[in-house]
Design a protein around this ligand. Sequence first.
Ligand code: MN
Length: 160
Amino acid sequence: MPIFVVQKHAASTLHYDFRLEIDNVLKSWAVPKGPTLDPHLKRLAIQTDDHRLEFSDFEGVIPAGHYGAGKVIIWDLGELQNQTYEGEKPIPIDKAYQTGKITFSLKGKKLNGKFTLLKTKENKNWLLLKHDDDAAKNNYDITKEMPLSVYSGKCIEDIK
Ligand code: MN
């Protein structure tokens, strides 16, 4: 089963790196406000560079002077399942990615249920949407309620 990972990243500005395993790499988006379980909200997700699959294990400090310098925790990690259809016809996730609309479900410690990533007309800007399903939670800020690493239990300030 392919994976997803969300890394909370205290770079020059705090953001959440949302990564999906597609075509043997981690396709990546920076989500300034972080993912949400609230189906009424849309989160801006700015496409960033692909990362190697092994990077899903990374928690620590990217040293000063390097790209993305700052602290990183593994905020969530789990299974990714493609759910993209065109009518009745399943669309492979790599094709969905190319066409700019990926529907998928996540089985993580924090994020669960169905989501869609939708490309906008603006270069590199996508929207991350939560579907209204059993895992949806209205008026709930999961980044505030569940700030810790699922890997170490640490908060990002405690990473050395
Ligand atoms: Mn980042």
